[in-house]
Design a protein around this ligand. Structure first.
Ligand code: CU
Length: 167
């Protein structure tokens, strides 16, 4: 899915180094949890990222939009570092706490798990549209990961009440 093929040998070395550091810090449980059936401990392998359930609820004219998606990972851990869009000036990552939300510089993508950006939780905030989004538009988001490079997704604009799993 990644359009960017990173240099595999350099990549493997840093991934292995990461595993050594994690073990030294007492992260053995991570390896144990992911160790079944993997060659050389699955969590030390490359991240294998894909994006699912992406959508943007229709924003008020010219206004700020939220962006939701799920980053799935069938490999070692990764980190979402940056999101940009050619359709908007600014895309930021936010984490919701009990009563408020805060902008963050990165979001962790767990090994053999998923990073969820969903209503009420982590989300993207998108501002400064080149052109007001309309229902049915597909807006490009470019997600940059620490290990997996940049992945571009076309994100459909949906009704405000949309939930993933509906058509
Ligand atoms: Cu926010």
């Amino acid at each position: 899915m990644s359009p960017v093929q990173t240099g595999t040998s350099r990549f493997r070395r840093s991934a292995l180094l990461g595993a050594v550091v994690a073990t030294a810090l007492g992260g053995g449980a991570i390896l144990a949890a992911c160790g079944t059936g993997g060659q050389n401990g699955a969590s030390s392998g490359p991240a294998r990222i894909s994006v699912a359930d992406e959508y943007i609820p229709l924003p008020p004219a010219g206004g700020m939009a939220a962006g939701y998606l799920t980053v799935r990972n069938d490999g070692g851990k990764d980190q979402l570092l940056k999101v940009t869009s050619p359709a908007a000036e600014s895309v930021t990552m936010h984490r919701s706490t009990a009563s408020t939300m805060e902008q963050v510089d990165s979001l962790d993508v767990p090994a053999h798990g998923a990073l969820q950006l969903a209503r009420g939780g982590n989300h993207l905030m998108i501002m400064g549209w080149q052109k007001a989004p309309a229902l049915g538009d597909e807006l490009e988001l470019d997600l940059t990961f620490a290990k997996s490079g940049t992945i571009s997704v076309k994100v459909p604009v949906k009704e405000l009440t949309y939930r993933p799993g509906q058509s």
